[in-house]
Design a protein around this ligand. Structure first.
Ligand code: HEC
Ligand SMILES: [Cu+2]
Length: 311
């Protein structure tokens, strides 16, 4: 379903958002029309001086009609709105849960540009190349103000926050070029923080990757950083400090010293590096230094890509 005043739609989720929007617009539009129509009809029928029948209906008839009316005006809207809620909730949950095995791309927002890093090493600014028909998961953060990643054709918008990772995923349905906006006022040149998403057929996307592959992969850059920052001095084999091994950590549950158990996702790895005192691993001394302020966001994403890879 495509409404004529909406921008083109080019993602699986976008089509579902439009269908929901059309359904809600239809139902609320029909109710609004009915209310206005009754208003006009009654205003005309019972206008002053009209010869409409104004006698009260007999008590028994009135009670029967009123009860039916009450049941109808409670029951019908409740069913309609519950249906809209269930429909929207299902859509929301799918929107919030990237499928396993999605193609991951890192996004770093800064005043005033989008920096994008592909796992295979390609880097882009204000331009994002993605394959059609394959789920893409964006892991996003900001190195300054709050920004918002907005692709109208995909019906997607997500805040991008400093100090945090937010996630967005989509599957493009048509090859083409689509607008990319920053939808959160982020300073003087906010209005120029625009770019484009280029959706390519998978074969063309592979060709694009190959043609632009001048750099090492994110995980390889992360491995180099792991050495340069001295992480291996504690976490490497045969180190003098007792530090947990990091092999196969990603995605696993981690028991913490305070008794909680958390999953080692991107958020956990980020905090483990920048705020090590926040979540200390059970059975280890809190001796890891904080690397807060020492690792640019892009490098941190490389490091995390490496930690996700070491198995
Ligand atoms: C001085 C030694 C030392 C250095 C240097 C160090 N760490 Fe650690 N790290 C530790 C210790 C000890 C722990 C366990 C206690 C804790 O959680 O703070 C730990 C915990 C971690 C964890 C959580 C592990 C788990 O099993 O959940 C991660 C991830 C991590 N470090 C990554 C790094 C990275 C990346 C670097 C380099 C930027 C680094 N560490 C540098 C000592 C160190
Ligand atoms: Cu912005």
């Amino acid at each position: 379903m495509k409404l004529p005043f909406l921008p083109e739609v080019a993602s699986t989720l976008g089509e579902r958002v439009d269908a929901l929007f059309a359904a809600v617009a239809l139902v609320t539009g029909a109710v609004a029309l009915a209310v206005v129509a009754l208003l006009v009809i009654f205003a005309l029928k019972y206008r002053r001086g009209s010869r409409a029948d104004r006698r009260r209906a007999p008590e028994a008839v009135r009670l029967r009609i009123e009860r039916r009316l009450e049941v109808a005006w409670i029951g019908i809207p409740m069913l309609l709105f519950s249906a809209a809620f269930a429909w929207a909730a299902a859509l929301y949950f799918d929107h919030a849960a990237p499928p396993d095995g999605a193609l991951e791309i890192a996004v770093v927002a800064k005043q005033w540009m989008w920096k994008l890093q592909h796992a295979t090493g390609q880097r882009e600014i204000d331009e994002l190349h993605v394959p059609v028909g394959i789920p893409v998961k964006l892991v996003m953060t900001s190195q300054d103000a709050i920004h918002s990643f907005y692709i109208p054709a995909f019906r997607l918008k997500q805040d991008v926050l400093p100090g945090r990772y937010t996630v967005l995923w989509f599957t493009a349905t048509h090859a083409g070029e689509y607008h990319l906006f920053c939808a959160e006022y982020c300073g003087t040149d906010h209005s120029r923080m625009i770019g484009r998403v280029v959706a390519l057929d998978p074969a063309q996307f592979q060709r694009w990757l190959a043609a632009n592959n001048a750099e090492p992969t994110m995980a390889a850059r992360g491995e180099a950083l792991f050495g340069a920052l001295g992480c291996g001095g504690c976490h490497g084999p045969g180190s003098a400090v007792r530090a947990p091994p990091l092999e196969g950590l990603y995605g696993r549950p981690v028991a913490l010293a305070d008794g909680r158990t958390v999953t080692a996702d991107e958020r956990y790895l980020r905090d483990a590096i920048l705020l090590p005192a926040k979540e200390v691993v059970a059975g280890y001394a809190p001796v890891m230094p904080s690397f807060s302020g020492q690792i640019p966001e892009g490098d941190l994403l490389d490091l995390i890509a490496y930690l996700k890879r070491v198995t």
